[in-house]
Design a protein around this ligand. Structure first.
Ligand code: PEP
Ligand code: MN
Length: 347
């Protein structure tokens, strides 16, 4: 829909619009009002170049598009019936809980094995464990590829699938070869379109899922859903959207908690939403409340940093990881809230 700066356009101006949209197989339909005339674009209006050229015209105020730019991720797409499964849980039916270390310590594998067993007993359905870490400080521990074996051993011992972050093609290949079931794209790479394409291509034809974090500076829903579209476009629709807080943070919280984005995502896309309260609030004491708020807002799952002995952890674990006992209490309450929400939704 083209909204002109003046109340109506001259015949020459309409001819210019018609010529531009005609190049993209569309036509112009004026909608004449008493005071103002607006101009509908009839046809497939998802051509970015067409919209930019129209917006560049000096007599055009703005162009509003009705069609979603997300051909696959849109709630009305044919994929809307697709269900993503992780660790025996069909997202949307049951609340998925993924839990484990921020960072696996390659020198202390037993800590991860103990955490893996403990989070399983607490009710988690999948393990998380950082092998390669995106660190702000270049001198901080960057992870170690040896931790991949520890991660997979934790999976074997518990029978739970694992989630780990990959930041480049080599890590992607190693993770897939090792059998990682959920690939995490971190907040820092949320808009790394080359990586998103590589991941999409690499998982095509596999059962692998992707946990796509929301970029920490990402503002719009469109950017977030478009990033998922990059992956799904290669043929594997097992993508999970993961809000994890945005910057700047609230005074006292690491990031600005953004679980309230969930209903907005759900209005636009069919993709399941799994909230990461750990990176949102950044402190173990605040994690349970944020997790419950996420479930209240409609989240399909939670991804939580947990550790048997947070003080001995690496990366975020000393400050962010909850203990298995806290996790168990949180899961019980989160599941009850999820059940309540679902029963309210059907009644
Ligand atoms: C993480 O999951 O440990 C992590 C670094 O996440 P994010 O990309 O959300 O910061
Ligand atoms: Mn972390």
């Amino acid at each position: 829909m083209i909204l002109p700066k003046n109340n109506r356009l001259s015949a020459e101006e309409v001819a210019q619009l018609t010529a531009i949209v005609g190049e993209f197989g569309c036509r112009i339909q004026p909608i004449v009002g008493d005071v103002r005339t607006i101009y509908a674009i009839v046809g497939d209006e998802r051509h970015e170049l067409m919209i930019s050229r129209l917006e560049g015209l000096p007599f055009v105020d703005r162009v509003d598009t009705i069609q979603s730019p997300h051909k696959l991720m849109d709630i009305k797409s044919d994929l809307a019936r697709h269900r993503v499964k992780v660790g025996g849980v069909t997202l949307g039916d049951e609340l998925l809980v993924m839990a484990g270390h921020c960072t696996i310590d390659p020198k202390n594998p037993n800590l991860f094995y103990e955490t893996a067993q403990a989070v399983k007993e607490a009710g988690a359905h999948a393990l998380r464990g950082g092998v390669w870490k995106p660190r702000t400080n270049p001198y901080a521990f960057q992870g170690d590829h040896k931790s991949l074996d520890i991660l997979m051993e934790g999976s074997r011992r518990t029978g739970l699938p694992v989630d780990t972050e990959v930041m480049d093609e080599e890590q992607l290949k190693l993770a897939l070869a090792a059998g990682v079931q959920v690939l995490q794209i971190g907040a820092r790479n949320a808009l790394n379109y080359s990586l998103l394409r590589q991941v999409g291509a690499a998982i095509a034809g596999r059962p692998t899922a992707v946990l796509l974090k929301r970029g920490m500076h990402t503002g719009t829903l469109n950017e977030f859903i478009s990033a998922a579209e990059y992956i799904v476009n290669f043929g594997n629709p097992n993508v999970i959207l993961c809000p994890r807080g945005t910057q700047p943070g609230l005074d006292g919280y690491r990031n600005h908690p953004d679980e309230s984005i969930t209903p907005l995502l759900k209005e636009r896309t069919w993709a399941p939403v799994v909230i990461d309260p750990s990176h949102s609030v950044g402190k173990a004491a605040y994690v349970p409340a944020c997790a419950l708020a996420a479930v209240a807002y409609g989240a399909d799952g939670l991804c939580i940093e947990a550790h048997v002995e947070p003080a001995r952890g690496l990366g975020d674990d000393p400050k962010q990881a909850v203990t298995p006992a806290v996790l168990a209490g949180l899961i019980t309450r989160a599941k009850a809230l999820h059940a309540l929400r679902r029963s309210a939704a059907v009644s």
